[in-house]
Design a binder for this molecule. Sequence first.
Ligand SMILES: [Zn+2]
Length: 206
Amino acid sequence: MEFDYEHQASWPHAQAPWESPVALDTAATLSYWQQPHFAMRGFELQLSDKTATLSGDGSVLLDGREAQFQQLHFHCGGEHVIDGVRAPFEAHFVHQYADGENAVVAVPMSIGAANPTFAEILTAIGTGDTAYPISLAPLLPDSDYLHYWGSLTTPPVQEGVAWYVALGKVTMSAEQLSTYQHYFPGDNHRDLQPLAGRPVLRMRAK
Ligand SMILES: [Zn+2]
């Protein structure tokens, strides 16, 4: 599905009050001590057409609620801004709770050492292999996460989405980013939305 990132104001429901992404300030958060527990198994991943959306299987325990993994996709130009910094890339692990609500675990990725897991994903994209088993656990840092309630960041941008944004450092090489951009040219990040007084909680790993 293609969205026009040059004309985001024309997206449906784009003016709702509690939207994503947002700018997050780690100094203005309340802490609590709970770590998301990722039940990461080897995922059987599939590439849908020419988008970088990888379906899979698995679950995560977030604040005591289990959510089933739905799919992983990427944003070129990170969507969340943390302490004024926008990462060049952001991975979104979309999950769904039993009641139908969504939880998205967002992992901003910065430029640094090559990422072995992302290398496997690039290989899968390049070959178009539709049943490429990749363990996604290395893409999920054992770190603090910032939690707030927002929306999906692609139309119809519906609200009621629990966001968990990783603060841990996950890197990819500049070459990996340019390889990805070769397959999927252009930015696909939504503009920042007002936080509008929403509380942001810091889920501490330790
Ligand atoms: Zn996303």
